[in-house]
Write a protein that binds this ligand. Structure first.
Ligand code: MG
Length: 452
């Protein structure tokens, strides 16, 4: 059976692979799979109304009542779904992708991203068109809700608001014209910050910057933080579940460092386990271990991290792309919660962000890739694993093959979507990381040629 859901729901270019019919049929399939109230929200994209209305028509046809939550950050919709015990949530968003893209993401009744088994069941209804329309008097109706104020209260409740307010922080928030516009400047003001906003009008053409908060896209934020004498800069992705921070000197803070800082802070306070994918920088484990905690590694993907966190009753978890999960609040990435938690960390430590970042150990990461057809990926990966084993190397096969050595580690992993095998090498020294990357890249190239 073909796959419909990728790593982040269903995505595509509007009216090419992501059109009204797909949304309608997906709504019918989702409404058949779940029974009961479904909350629907969107980010700020231009095709949201078209796709949302089509999906809602499908949901209503199967008899599901729908609550329209409007435009809001994904985590605010997820919080609503959990709190109001909806059967499920549907978010029309393509997260950090360019404006011509859009997508549909399904959230389970507990507010978490849907796990792959359940996605497959929805896919099977979708492809076999075995949805179940309701009788004329059983068709669903639409009501509306405004979940943002309650979401903001929920986040504020999680942190020491007094400690934050006392510091009178100046924060520059770059919402990237995405869903963060609707909630995060207000949230930061509620926490007692003086807020300067950038790209804070919702606009699905993304006129201000690309929706992905990479350093190249954040020049304006970096310079504004410096020139305003702000204490902190924050950038959100399109649906505002991820946040990236900028220190008071206008320097971009990479997501692995934020993850490490936050993990160590929470473990010092509460102890316990931190969950993160095998691809995450060792700076996280180093700081967590030093703080008296333990790191548990999972396969790559935020729904997998969230599920493992719940099973292990973890203290904290997340990914190094700025997706942080605070289980006391909810089991999903949350850009608003991450912002509040970082402000609390700064306030409690009474130190500027640059000093806190300086405590995080530096690791060099080298990324490389080798072209390999989807078809050959499993055989190449298996041969790679055998070769590593034959050479007596310490391997971890949580996701792909990770070789752990004295000087660092290498992770060799097939891409889920592209015809490539990725190679990540990490070491304390840049040169060592480069050497490791090129050594194992050669292995992969040889194996790909053999299967050719
Ligand atoms: Mg996102």
């Amino acid at each position: 059976m073909p796959r419909l859901f990728g790593t982040n729901g269903v995505r595509g270019v509007t009216n090419q692979d992501m059109d009204g019919q797909l949304a309608l049929h997906l709504g019918l399939a989702i409404g058949t799979f779940f029974e009961g109230l479904i909350a629907v929200g969107t980010d700020t994209r231009t095709s949201n109304q078209m796709l949302k209305n089509a999906a809602v028509a499908g949901l209503l046809a199967t008899g599901c009542p729908v609550v329209d939550a409007g435009v809001l950050p994904s985590p605010a919709l997820q919080y609503y779904v959990k709190k109001h015990r909806c059967a499920a949530g549907v978010i029309v968003t393509a997260s950090h992708n360019p404006p011509q893209f859009n997508g549909i993401k399904v959230v389970d009744g507990d507010g978490t991203e849907l796990d792959p088994d359940r996605e497959e069941e929805i896919e099977s209804i979708y492809f076999s068109q075995t949805w179940k329309p309701a009788s004329w008097d059983g068709v669903g109706q639409v009501t509306s809700a405004s979940p943002i104020p309650d979401y903001i209260r929920g986040v504020v409740h999680q942190v020491d608001g007094e400690a934050i307010a006392r510091r009178r922080y100046t924060v520059v928030a770059d919402c990237g014209n995405g869903a963060g516009c609707l909630a995060y400047p207000q949230l930061l003001r509620r926490l007692g910050c003086r807020v300067i906003t950038l790209n804070a009008q919702p606009d699905g053409t993304f006129p201000g910057r690309d929706a992905e908060p990479t350093p190249d896209n954040l020049e304006l934020l970096l310079s504004t933080v410096g020139s305003c004498g702000a204490d902190l800069g924050i950038a959100y992705d399109g649906d505002a579940d991820r946040s990236i921070f900028v220190d008071e000197r206008g320097r971009y803070v990479y997501g692995d460092k934020t993850l490490a800082m936050m993990a160590a802070h929470l473990v010092r306070r509460e102890g316990g386990v931190v969950v993160t994918p095998v691809s995450t920088s060792s700076c996280v484990e180093e700081m967590v271990t030093e703080a008296g905690g333990r790191v548990a590694y999972t396969r790559v993907g935020s729904p997998i991290v969230a599920r493992a966190m719940r099973e292990m009753e973890a203290t904290f978890g997340g990914e190094e792309n700025g997706g942080l999960i605070f289980p006391r609040h909810q089991y999903c990435r949350d850009g608003g919660m991450a912002s509040a938690a970082l402000l609390e960390l700064m306030a409690q430590r009474e130190e500027p962000l640059s000093e806190l970042v300086a405590e995080v150990p530096d690791y060099a990461l080298v990324k490389s890739k080798v072209a390999c057809s989807h078809q050959n990926k499993p055989a190449v990966m298996e041969s790679f694993r055998q070769r590593a084993q034959n050479e007596g190397l310490e391997t971890d096969t949580t996701d792909g093959v990770k070789i752990v050595a004295e000087e660092g580690w290498v992770l060799v992993r097939p891409s889920g979507t592209e015809p490539i095998i990725r190679i990540y090498a990490q070491s304390r020294q840049q040169r060592q990381a480069e050497q490791m990357a090129s050594r194992y890249r050669e292995w992969v190239e040889e194996l790909v040629a053999e299967k050719g």
